[in-house]
Design a protein around this ligand. Structure first.
Ligand code: NDP
Ligand code: CA
Length: 329
């Protein structure tokens, strides 16, 4: 197999070497649930062989371990207990898993349990302050989508940050539900980060929990929504001060990538931007982003393939806490 990740994918912004504290590397990835890939998705241009778990899992692990993120947010995980939890634990990661209440994986004859979101962090860099497992609501009603929110403390600096992973409702026709799920998640994040703010002397200071700003946030996931959708607008305009890291890959710094997933189903080809890394722009700067593979690298049969184990691409960035003098105006 050809190594799937081109080292040239690394997109450098600024030299981080002078900084006193190392940046925080964040990865998010919808890794494609094994049961869905083999049993439900209908990727007509992808040979079934390329979806064989015994080999595909090494491509997923290889990509994760190439970059060794400090924080890893995965969606569509249906091999947590037998694969990702034990392997990543042996490499120094703490992790937590939250299955969907009614995972569609369970409708596939050969399944490995429900799929869900998983959140990993490197124990060497962070200690855990609090975990919230959320079932997202829409118009007060519980839905089939979940989120994990964790409050972490940087071991080196004592600063706190709040990290979240989610996977919103898929498919067209469900835009309003996604909007409502996003609103519910934002409300929970506001409650969690403002409750924690002000209670912690170590994190006080710009962006670090002054009591009004809340704890800095990183929110990752497969939002199943293009940037034109309501849920995207809700995130970018929320009072939490979030911005989307991958906009910085574009020439004007304002445009999301052309795609984060690209697949061919019997209904046709679908090339869309659905995955995001949101960050508190008052508290963090984005130092580095991993480039999106080109159309040529992805190839004519699109994703997944023998080279790319999921129909979604991984997103990865390095963020740093802003220095006090570095605050935006
Ligand atoms: P979603 O609509 O959010 O989609 C589930 C998965 O299907 C996602 O991982 C999504 O991937 C993938 N997907 C998206 N588009 C397609 C497509 N065109 N073809 C195949 N797969 C696709 O699922 P829900 O969470 O709403 O769950 C729906 C499923 O769960 C149904 O199959 C339903 O029968 C079952 N269910 C059962 C219940 C019960 O009472 N037993 C209750 C609720 C649901 P991606 O995000 O990458 O696009
Ligand atoms: Ca999927």
């Amino acid at each position: 197999l050809v190594y799937p990740v081109d080292p040239k994918r690394q997109h450098q912004y600024r030299n981080n070497e002078q900084q006193q504290t190392p940046s925080i590397r964040v990865m998010t990835w919808n890794i494609l649930a094994q049961a869905l890939g083999e049993g439900k998705d209908g990727f007509v241009q992808c040979p079934l062989d390329a979806l064989n778990w015994a080999e595909r899992k090494y491509l997923i692990l290889e990509e994760i371990l190439t970059y060794r993120p400090d924080i890893l947010c995965l969606q569509e995980v249906d091999h947590y207990y037998d694969t990702f939890q034990p392997i990543l634990a042996s490499l120094g990661y703490h992790s937590t898993f939250l299955p969907k209440p009614w995972s569609p994986c369970l409708e596939v004859a050969i399944n490995n349990g429900p799929d869900g979101c998983a959140l990993f962090y490197r124990r060497a860099r962070f200690s855990l302050l609090h975990t919230s497992h959320l079932r997202l609501s829409a118009m007060m009603l519980p839905t089939n989508q979940v989120a994990i929110v964790q409050m972490l403390r940087c071991r080196e600096t004592g600063q706190r940050l709040c990290v979240a992973v989610t996977h919103l409702k898929a498919r067209s026709g469900w835009e309003r539900l996604r909007g409502a799920q996003g609103a519910d998640l934002l409300q929970s994040l506001k409650a969690i980060t403002s409750r924690a703010a002000g209670s912690d002397p170590v994190s006080r200071g710009p962006g670090g929990g002054s009591g009004t700003e809340g704890v800095p946030l990183i929110v990752c996931g497969d939002f199943n929504a293009e940037p034109s959708e309501d849920v995207y607008r809700r995130f970018i305009s929320s009072p939490l001060g979030l911005d989307s890291a991958y906009k910085l890959l574009s020439a004007d710094g304002q445009t999301e990538p052309a795609y984060t997933t690209w697949k061919i189903r019997p209904s046709g080809e679908s090339c869309s931007t659905l995955d995001y890394i949101w960050y508190s722009h008052g508290a963090f700067t984005v130092d580095t982003l991993l480039d999106i593979p080109t159309e040529e690298q992805i190839g004519p049969d699109r994703l997944p393939s023998y080279h790319y184990p999921s129909d979604h691409l991984s997103l990865l960035c390095d963020v740093s806490f802003r220095e006090p003098r570095d605050q935006p105006h």
